[in-house]
Design a protein around this ligand. Structure first.
Ligand code: HEC
Length: 209
């Protein structure tokens, strides 16, 4: 059979879904498009950790919502060792620092693609004592007044190797000890790297890829 021709089964599905669409447009119970208000206004997401929240194929979609399992293997990603941080800046503490990225952007990129994950670990003591932050390129205009399209994370690495999300959103929660969302330190300081899509690490400078 020629490729592209609809099989009877596909035809049936197509017919059924257009009937459904017509019914929905005429005012079925779900005729109104439901927009997740959290995603729309850039507020912190309240979705439970680990839940399947959105399309998983970042390349084919303008929305990527990371779950804790997306970070599990961060120590196997491309790593840049940044040496010893001498002083704390009030948020990132002093200590030996490494930055990890799940996928390097293609040469010539002016922004990091949706689905990009970047982790920074300050590695004092055993891994469960590390200070671990992350950025996820979420898209859909998340964090519109800060690091546009990026979501911030505080992570915890357990001795078992499990990585959990301590907090996530447009900034840290008030009880995380970093000034809370009002004085959002992550957006504020990373705004200085706006020309590099809010990413500070020199090895991740887009115009040097
Ligand atoms: C005072 C400035 C400052 C503040 C505040 C700050 N950062 Fe950073 N951040 C940096 C710098 C500089 C780097 C580059 C790596 C390095 O030099 O250690 C960085 C790197 C990172 C990275 C690796 C990606 C990159 O941009 O290079 C992540 C992830 C990160 N920070 C998360 C956070 C989170 C989460 C917060 C808020 C809780 C935060 N940062 C607050 C300055 C800051």
């Amino acid at each position: 059979m020629l490729r592209g021709l609809m099989t009877p089964r596909r035809l049936l599905v197509a017919a059924a879904s257009s009937a459904l669409l017509a019914w929905a447009c005429l005012g079925g119970p779900h005729a109104t498009l439901e927009i997740d208000p959290a995603a729309a206004d850039g507020a912190a997401t309240t979705a439970p950790d680990g839940a399947a929240l959105g399309p998983r194929d970042g390349a084919a979609s303008n929305l990527f919502i990371a779950t804790s399992s997306d970070f599990t293997d961060f120590r196997k990603w491309t790593r840049f060792d940044l040496g010893e941080g001498i002083v704390t800046d009030g948020v990132h503490i002093a200590g030996p620092r490494s930055v990890y990225i799940n996928k390097m952007p293609p040469k010539g990129s002016t922004t990091f693609p949706i689905g990009t994950l970047i982790v920074k670990a300050v590695q004092n003591g055993t891994p469960d004592q590390w200070q671990i932050f992350a950025l996820a390129k979420r898209g859909a205009s998340f964090n519109v007044f800060g690091a546009l399209d990026w979501e911030w994370f505080g992570l915890q690495l357990f001795p078992s190797g499990v990585v959990t999300i301590e907090w996530r959103g447009i900034g840290p929660p008030a009880d995380a000890g970093y000034g809370g969302p009002a004085g959002n330190p992550c957006n504020n300081c990373h705004r200085a790297a706006q020309s590099n899509d809010f990413v500070h690490t020199p090895a991740l400078e887009l115009n040097r890829l």
